[in-house]
Design a binder for this molecule. Structure first.
Ligand SMILES: [Zn+2]
Length: 344
């Protein structure tokens, strides 16, 4: 059994989005399951803190940070048809980032090996200068930059298994070899980015690894994407910490997308990431929630992730697996990605 950290703060309920898939019930349902199964009591609670404007500006343009602050103070409003700023949103999103930074501190100081952050709103669509796709501040990207500035890390890996491409994270580090970004995502799909040949620019070329998954991809296609691309790329990079944009909206029950992952399928990805962290960086890993909108699938995916990080025997989930026919087009995708990244 390994000590696993856990970040959650009731303030995360106060970004009140109304009738929206990204709503506080995601937290409520997940906390209820973790509590009911006894797992919550066995986790090391790490208090979230508020990220300062300066910390947010590690990735975001200070004028953007100030604009979000001002918009919230003035009562908020819709940034785009998906993305709402409420009067509380700046405070909530700053504590999401701060919670992720607190998790990173706990992992870097050896307090815990790994940590799961149950946070909302998500972050990976937020670019240095723009809110979009439910996201205001990019918690994983800020954590990656903070790890470099605070702990002098030279190689930070971000693994993103949310069903959407993390365009904001890609933008933040596109020409930067100090952060490796590896993403599986449904494609073509929102937000439109994430082609395999977006591999980075300048010194960052080769350090942006997109694995665009065809519609309907299930457990086996995702397992192969991780086993045949993500893992070899991580081993080659030798990260000093692995950060995970942990989105669970690729679950087959989640109606926001068309992928067919099960809780078991997600578990297989988590196990591979954990093995890589154990092998490459002393187990150091910070998982932070991104998407995941089905109120049964999400809690079970989070539960499974934490069980695997702890080394517990995973409890069977009530949704099970479905007989997914893996898309034949995935073979071509995999071949392309391997060619672009010099993988045998
Ligand atoms: Zn998503």
């Amino acid at each position: 059994m390994t000590d696993v950290g856990f970040v959650y703060d009731p303030l995360y309920l106060e970004h009140d989005t109304g009738a929206h898939p990204e709503n506080p019930q995601r937290m409520v349902a997940t906390m209820a399951l973790l509590e009911e199964c006894g797992l919550l009591a066995r986790l090391r609670r790490i208090p979230a803190r508020d990220a300062s404007a300066g910390e947010l500006a590690l990735v975001h343009d200070p004028r953007y940070v100030a604009a979000v602050h001002r918009a919230a103070q003035e009562g908020g409003g819709w940034v785009d048809p998906d993305t709402l700023i409420t009067p509380r949103s700046y405070d909530v999103a700053a504590r999401v980032v701060g919670g992720t930074l607190a998790a990173l501190d706990a992992v870097m100081t050896g307090d815990v090996a790994s940590t799961f952050c149950l946070v909302r709103p998500p972050g990976h669509h937020a670019s240095p200068v723009q809110a979009m796709g439910f996201c205001l501040f990019n918690h994983i990207a800020v954590a990656a930059e903070y790890a470099r500035r605070t702990y002098g890390l030279e190689r930070v890996a971000i693994v993103d298994y949310d069903v959407h491409h993390g365009n904001g994270t890609q933008d933040a580090f596109y020409d930067d070899p100090g952060v490796l970004y590896v993403s599986t995502h449904e494609y073509p799909f929102y937000p439109g980015t994430g082609r395999a040949d977006e591999t980075g620019a300048g010194a960052g070329r080769g350090f942006n690894v997109n694995i665009p998954m065809p519609h309907g991809a299930g457990d086996e296609s995702h397992r192969r994407a991780f086993a045949e691309v993500a893992m070899p790329v991580l081993r080659r990079y030798r990260p000093q910490i692995i950060l995970v944009s942990a989105g669970y909206d690729a679950h087959f029950a989640d109606e926001i997308a068309l992928q067919q992952l099960s809780v078991d399928g997600y578990g297989a990805l988590v196990s591979m990431v954990k093995d890589a962290a154990d092998e490459l960086c002393g187990g150091r890993a910070v998982f932070a929630l991104e998407g995941g909108y089905h109120l049964v699938a999400l809690p079970w995916c989070v539960r499974r992730t934490i069980e695997l990080l702890r080394g517990d025997a995973p409890a069977p989930d009530p949704l099970g697996t479905i007989d997914a026919r893996e898309p034949a087009a995935f073979d071509d995708v995999l071949r392309d990605v391997k060619r672009l990244h010099d993988l045998a």
